[in-house]
Design a protein around this ligand. Structure first.
Ligand SMILES: [Zn+2]
Length: 233
């Protein structure tokens, strides 16, 4: 194992670890410092290329790993797809419509990173239970477009919002889509449905996907990339 510090123009001092037996690159954030482990065979050139190519996703990753100040407060309502989640210290809050309630102890400090993480985990769990809403909607979109996957499965992961298994025609959607507004949920579903025709992100793929989302693929893709998730990933 070798460890050294790489000074990146944007991320500052990045801890680089080269590990034997590692097959893929793993990035972490420890106390605000970016730490990246590479397979032992990684060269300096390949490491620099990684930072260049992954800059945008690394930037997002760091932002997600750093607890946002006051992500939650007493009475915060998180709008989800088809329902809301209320964070409150009240035992029996009055609500209207379909609202899932997370009651946090009065002793909770909304500005503390540890408490924010605990609320975030509770929100994630609560929203993950609503996966059937997502699956029903996905079938609705597929039927409307007359595209036939073999099945839709909702996953608990957050890493990938959707995947399409071209061989089995199964589409997996992350429960996290439930945090997005409808047009973006629909966009992700359309993206995966387009993979049933074009497995790779080819020019033809993007043409089809763009057509399915009313010529707004680029706009929606940007929106998803800049979306402020109401939870820590
Ligand atoms: Zn894709």
């Amino acid at each position: 194992m070798a460890v050294y510090i790489h000074n990146d123009k944007e991320f500052g001092n990045v801890k680089i670890t080269l590990r034997a037996g590692m097959k893929r690159i793993i990035a972490k954030v420890n106390n605000g410092q970016l730490c990246v482990s590479f397979p032992i065979i990684a060269t300096r050139t390949s490491i620099l290329r990684y930072f260049d190519e992954q800059r945008q996703s690394l930037r997002q990753f760091i932002a997600q790993q750093t607890p946002k100040q006051n992500l939650y407060y007493d009475g915060k309502l998180i709008h989800c797809f088809g329902f809301d989640v209320l964070i409150t210290t009240e035992e029996n809050p009055k609500t209207e419509g379909d609202v899932s309630i997370i009651v946090v102890p009065k002793s909770f400090d909304f500005s503390s990173a540890a408490h924010t993480k605990r609320i975030s985990d509770a929100v994630r769990k609560m929203v993950a239970r609503r996966k059937p809403i997502l699956i029903n909607y996905a079938w609705q979109v597929a039927e409307e477009l007359n595209i036939k996957p073999s099945s839709f499965v909702a996953s608990n992961g957050f890493r990938r919002l959707g995947t399409c298994n071209v061989a089995t025609k199964q589409i997996r959607l992350s429960y996290a889509l439930l945090f997005l507004p409808e047009h973006l949920v629909r966009y992700i579903i359309c993206h995966e449905l387009a993979h049933l025709t074009h497995p790779n992100h080819s020019k033809e793929f993007h043409e089809l996907c763009n057509k399915l989302v009313g010529s707004k693929e680029k706009e929606y893709s940007r929106e998803v990339n800049h979306f402020e998730w109401p939870v820590m990933k």
